[in-house]
Structures are given as structure tokens and as C-alpha cells.
Design a binder for this molecule. Structure first.
Ligand code: SAH
Length: 397
């Protein structure tokens, strides 16, 4: 039998030696052994020197994702058990239990399992399988996650567009166990939230913003707050918990707003202090500007405008637009808390966009704090792409 192998073009072994886990189609000189989607292949340099083991993905421009840089490693179920246990150990070390009962257990490449996302909610794990390799090992991964976490049910939310790039169909639903309630209740930073792991966005909750929501609580006292792209009310409730004077919360999803208003009641906050507004942020911010409305604190947490660098230019215009409007809506001394979760927009570029927005808005602003994703979404040093959430806290003069 011919060995299943990927031979790289000359010079293309460099990024593998630097332990970057992606091999792009343009780096591949030849493929032997007719590997099927997700199958394990040996990665070799141009001279045939072994560099490690990867999952083959014939339909994706990321042609292979490396499981191991050790050519003596065997990619067998025990390999994945070790990775999942290591990920669980890291989260234990972070002592998240004091802050939350919902966290990310596996953050894909940054936890050594490219293409696998697992968020752990009370008694329920929610998985996203985003690559051909993770799909190939799906049963092993799901069984082990259930066993290692001792969760009662596993829900799959592989309903994201990147699956199409890997030639995979969408799949979702309860795949292990039963009795997943329509809503789970979590507690984060002392605030309770209903989470819809089956019908909600992503895996149900944006766990990556946990520490930034906490920060908002600390910044919100006596301020008039605008929370744009509020989803189920994370930053809204965090601001109210911190003693905000009032909050205006905007989102285009009626379903998200419905859950958001229930979350507000769940925590016993005064509903009169917040207004939910269903609408398009791009339009609503313009309407507020035209009415000369001003705020003391504005949060902009839009969805991913640029999943990859191919969409960066268009996305940059959208970020500039909302940040410009944000600056215009702030009173003197006001605070803009602005985010980008786009993989295609670097931190440098994001800061530049925000700087341009301030310039065009005619305000002087300073960065007082730089924000990122919570530690249960680790960043692999050899994989800077895993640092996807970029946030800036700017104070205008
Ligand atoms: N800050 C939130 C997460 C925001 S996710 C939290 O902490 O939980 C981004 C949100 O933007 C989603 O709820 C989505 O429904 C909403 N959204 C996307 N495009 C929008 C638009 N053009 N106008 C208003 N909301 C939008």
C-alpha cells in the first residue's frame, strides 16, 4: 500500500518547523496514497524528511491541519484523549469556577485539536466540528468529551459556514444523551442568563466576552449606556449590575432580544432602566445622531464582518462606519468600548480603523485599555490567528 503522504514544496517546510498548524494548498507539491477527506497523512518536506502528521482536507484551501509535529506520534484515539484531558486541566488551572459555570473547553488549534470547538455548559457540552479532520474523528471526540466531562448530553452546532469550505454539510441537534432543556441557566460574574444552546447563535452564548463584560460592570456607574449588538443582553446586564443610569440596547434579532428581556427580569433589574430596540445598528446609530442623542458609554460588539482576510476591506469600512458614529454619539469624557472578532482584521488594523474613525468624527481619543478574549479561549503562540477577539477602551476628550 502506498503511504498517505503530503510532500511540501521547497521552502514551505519553514512554517511547519515554526509549528504553524495549517498547510495551504499552494504549499503542497504532491499527495500520495489517495487520502480521503479527514484521513491522517504524513507531512514531509521536499526531500521526503518527515515533519509530522496532519488531517487531509481536499476541498479546503487549508489543505491539511497538523495533529502533531512529532513524526513518531501515532494519531489514534488515545492521542485525542490526551489532548482533551490537557485542555480540561488548563481550564481547571484558570479557576473559572469562581466566575462562571460555562466555559470553552476546547478552542480548536490553540488546544491542539484543529477544527474542534467545545463549550461546556451545566451538564451539557456543545460541539462545533469545523474541519474535515475533526469530522473524521467525530465519534471518538464526542464520546471522549462526554466521558471526560461527565456531561449528561452533547449538542452539535456544526451549522457554521466554514464547514462548506471543508466540503461538509451542516449538522445540528442533540447527539448524545437526552433531556436538554429548551433553555439552560448559567451564572457568570454573578449574573444569571438563560442560554438556548439549540437555537441560539454560535453555541448559545458568547463566552469569549466574559472578562470584558466584567470590565463593563466596573466602568458603568452612573453612566448613560448604549449597547449596540446586544444579543441576549450580556453587556446590558453587566452595565446595570455596575449601576448604569440607563441602557439602550440594540440588536437585529427579535429572538435574541426576547431572551435578553427575560434575562433582565431573571436578575431582578429594573426594566425601566433599559430599552430594547430591534433594528439595524448601522441605521439606528444614524437616527440617534440625527436626533443629537448623546451617551457616556458605548459598547460596539458586532458580528464577524471578515471571517478571513479576503473580506478585510469591506469589513474595514463597516467597522469604520460604526466606530465613527459611536464617537459622534459620545459626550465629552465618554467611553467607547469597541470590538472586532474578525479573524481577517489584525489588531493593528483594527486600531488604525478606530483611529481613522475618531479623526473623521473630529474627536480626540485615547486608548486606556486593550481587551481580548477570556483565557478559556487560549492563543497558541505558534498560531496568532487564534487571537481573534480585539477590543479597545477609548476615552474621548
Ligand atoms: N455582545 C454580545 C454578543 C454580540 S454578537 C454578548 O456579550 O453576548 C453580535 C450580535 O449582533 C448578534 O446578536 C446579532 O444578532 C447582532 N447583529 C448582527 N448584525 C446586526 C446589525 N446589522 N444590526 C443589529 N444587530 C446585528
Amino acid at each position: 500500500m502506498i503511504q498517505k503522504r503530503i510532500i511540501l514544496k521547497t521552502g514551505k517546510e519553514k512554517s511547519v518547523l515554526q509549528r504553524h498548524p495549517w498547510i495551504f494548498s499552494g504549499a503542497v507539491a504532491s499527495v500520495t496514497g489517495d487520502p480521503q477527506p479527514g484521513e491522517t497523512v504524513e507531512v514531509c518536506g521536499y526531500q521526503g524528511e518527515p515533519l509530522g502528521w496532519a488531517a487531509y482536507s481536499p476541498h479546503s484551501s487549508i489543505r491539511a491541519r497538523i495533529w502533531s509535529f512529532n513524526s513518531n506520534e501515532e494519531i489514534v484515539p488515545e492521542f485525542f484523549v490526551r489532548k482533551i484531558e490537557a485542555a480540561a486541566h488548563l481550564r481547571k488551572m484558570l479557576n473559572l469556577i469562581e466566575k462562571t459555570n460555562a466555559y470553552r473547553l476546547i478552542h480548536g488549534e490553540a488546544d491542539g485539536i484543529p477544527g474542534l470547538i467545545v463549550d461546556l455548559y451545566p451538564e451539557t457540552a456543545v460541539v462545533q466540528i469545523l474541519s474535515a479532520g475533526a469530522e473524521y474523528w467525530r465519534d471518538v471526540l464526542v464520546d471522549q468529551i462526554q466521558q471526560i466531562t461527565a456531561c449528561k448530553a452533547v449538542v452539535e452546532r456544526s451549522d457554521v459556514e466554514v464547514r462548506q469550505l471543508e466540503g461538509l454539510p451542516f449538522r445540528e441537534g442533540v447527539i448524545r444523551g437526552e433531556g436538554v432543556p429548551a433553555r439552560l441557566k448559567i451564572i457568570e460574574n454573578g449574573i444569571e442568563y438563560w442560554v438556548d444552546v439549540i437555537g441560539g447563535q454560535k453555541t448559545g452564548f458568547y463566552l469569549d466576552q466574559r472578562q470584558n463584560r466584567q470590565r463593563l460592570t466596573e466602568l458603568a456607574r452612573d453612566r448613560e449606556v448604549l449597547n449596540a449588538f446586544c444579543y441576549t443582553g450580556g453587556f446590558t446586564l453587566s452595565a446595570l449590575a455596575g449601576g448604569a443610569k440607563s441602557v439602550l440596547s440594540i440588536d437585529s434579532s427579535a429572538t435574541a432580544l426576547h431572551l435578553a428581556s427575560e434575562n433582565l427580569i431573571l436578575n431582578g433589574f429594573d426594566p425601566a432602566k433599559n430599552q430594547w430596540l430591534e433594528g439595524n445598528v448601522f441605521q439606528e446609530l444614524r437616527l440617534l445622531r440625527d436626533r443629537n442623542k448623546k451617551f457616556d458609554l458605548i459598547v460596539l460588539d458586532p458580528p464577524k464582518f471578515a471571517p478571513t482576510s479576503a473580506q478585510a476591506q469591506k469589513a474595514a469600512r463597516a467597522y469604520k462606519d460604526i466606530n465613527l458614529l459611536g464617537f459622534k454619539l459620545l459626550r465629552s469624557g465618554g467611553i467607547l468600548v469597541t470590538f472586532s472578532c474578525s479573524g481577517g482584521i489584525s489588531r493593528d488594523l483594527f486600531q488604525k480603523i478606530v483611529a481613522d474613525a475618531a479623526l473623521d468624527a473630529g474627536v480626540d481619543a485615547r486608548i486606556v485599555e486593550v481587551l481580548s478574549q477570556s483565557g478559556d479561549h487560549p492563543v497558541a503562540l505558534n498560531f496568532p490567528e487564534s487571537a481573534y477577539l480585539k477590543g479597545l477602551v477609548c476615552v474621548v476628550e
